[in-house]
Design a protein around this ligand. Structure first.
Ligand SMILES: [Zn+2]
Length: 199
């Protein structure tokens, strides 16, 4: 194959020189051929950290997804790269062309919609967390002490020393400022005491 290519190049060389156009495609082509794409021929394929069925699973590659084969090993595993993952998959589930994929579970319309031949859907397998849902402990919120006690009313004039049991208190009705509603605990926390009139 290489010999053929070389002969072709030698044959084409005079034409190329005459035309004074350097066609770079002939030089680039051999490099492109070193990139070997393969397609997942299964509903999904597990990418593992090591070439072993018992090795840690890193990710699941969806069927018809494209992987870049870095090495095809004699033990039946291929070292592949897909998305940001690097790992090993069983070579028997890889085919050379996407059109060779025969797995029946593939949703071809979504493959077509998300990249076609460049389609590569990968989902991470979380190896750290066990698949157990832990029940969250119920944290009972303790009511803050300040809100303890019944509601009281405070004239918001900034200088009052008392709190009232009702807004209807005659002293409270003279208040020309806004009314602050608080709990007895809050009012006491502010250093206020009970109004002599309404208590
Ligand atoms: Zn009062």
């Amino acid at each position: 194959m290489k010999k053929h290519l070389l002969l072709w190049l030698l044959y084409l060389l005079p034409f190329a020189l005459c035309a004074q156009v350097v066609d770079t495609t002939a030089q680039v082509a051999p490099q492109e051929q070193t990139i070997a794409y393969r397609y997942v021929n299964a509903s999904s394929l597990t990418l593992r950290a090591l070439p072993s069925a018992s090795a840690v699973a890193l990710a699941k590659i969806d069927g018809a997804g494209r992987v870049t084969v870095l090495a095809e090993r004699p033990d039946g595993w291929s070292k592949v790269q897909v998305d940001t993952y690097l790992g090993f998959v069983k070579s028997e589930y890889l085919v050379a062309q996407q059109q060779d994929v025969t797995a029946e579970t593939i949703d071809w319309s979504s493959v077509e919609a998300s990249g076609g031949e460049a389609y590569a859907q990968v989902s991470a397998v979380d190896v750290r967390a066990p698949q157990v849902t832990l029940a969250r402990p119920v944290v009972r919120k303790a009511a803050p002490k300040a809100s303890a006690g019944p509601r009281v009313y405070i004239c918001n004039n900034g200088r009052t020393e008392v709190y009232h049991s009702s807004e209807d208190c005659s002293a409270m009705r003279r208040c020309t400022y806004t009314t602050k509603v608080a709990s007895t605990g809050e009012a006491r926390g502010l250093g206020l005491r009970e109004c002599m009139k309404c208590y």
